[in-house]
Design a protein around this ligand. Structure first.
Ligand code: VGL
Ligand code: ZN
Length: 218
């Protein structure tokens, strides 16, 4: 585990849910603390810099239909940010967010930098915090795309540290990638959630790092 990259290794960036609805700057419906204009510009600049160094960039996009079961508004009596039980599973109730085709679902940088945008959360019955597999076990195709491109290492960052970044990272580790989490380019919902998520990712083998340390290696 965590062996040093070898000559056959190939790195990709995986930008997680860098979407308007998750930001304070765009007055998103599920705004994550600290997602101001500086954060947004820093992520864009770092992603462009990686791309210019020849690293392919993949993005995930939360892409819900209006009737998605994770929205509090679709579950009468539910309290936002609290879990309810649906079909025997615990589901947190979220404000409506990242509805297909709305501005809130927009990724905040041009698609021209992306090798692929992998959408998730389209099935109204299942949430999908992970960019790899939804809660019903349906694969998004991300793993196939990365494997076909010969990717062994992932630089992961985006929103939110304690939700979609965490679940995507844990699935990436399970799928056999060496995962580098760029903490400075992530923001999360709560300070305790962020700390616990980073600890869990580290325990499972994630390399916890930041942009400065990565850039120093180029
Ligand atoms: C996310 C809550 C609900 C995320 C997505 O991208 O972290 N969080 N859907
Ligand atoms: Zn969502």
């Amino acid at each position: 585990m965590n062996a040093q990259p070898g000559k056959n290794d190939k790195t990709a960036v995986l930008l997680v849910d860098f979407q308007e609805d998750f930001t304070v700057e765009k007055k998103g419906s599920l705004a994550v603390a600290g997602t101001d204009v500086t954060y947004i510009e820093t992520v864009i600049q770092a992603t462009q810099a990686f791309s210019e160094k020849g690293i392919p960039v993949y993005a995930t996009q939360d892409w819900h239909p209006e009737n998605h079961m994770c929205f509090g508004v679709n579950n009468p009596g539910a309290t936002l940010f609290e879990p309810i039980e649906i079909d025997g599973r615990s589901q947190i109730m979220w404000p409506a967010h990242c509805i297909q085709g709305t501005d809130g679902a927009n990724i905040m940088m041009g698609n021209d930098r992306f090798e692929a945008v992998v959408q998730k959360g389209m099935d109204p019955k299942f949430d999908s915090y992970s960019g790899f597999t939804d809660d019903g076990g349906e694969k998004t195709g991300l793993d196939n795309q990365l494997k076909q491109a010969g990717i062994t290492d992932l630089f992961v960052y985006g929103l939110a540290t304690d939700v979609c970044v965490k679940f995507t990272v844990l699935d990436a580790i399970t799928a056999g990638y060496r995962v580098h989490l760029l903490c400075d380019l992530c923001r999360g919902l709560t300070p305790e959630g962020i700390t616990a998520a980073i600890e869990e990712m580290r325990e499972k083998g994630t390399i916890i790092t930041d942009t400065a340390a990565i850039m120093a290696d180029f």
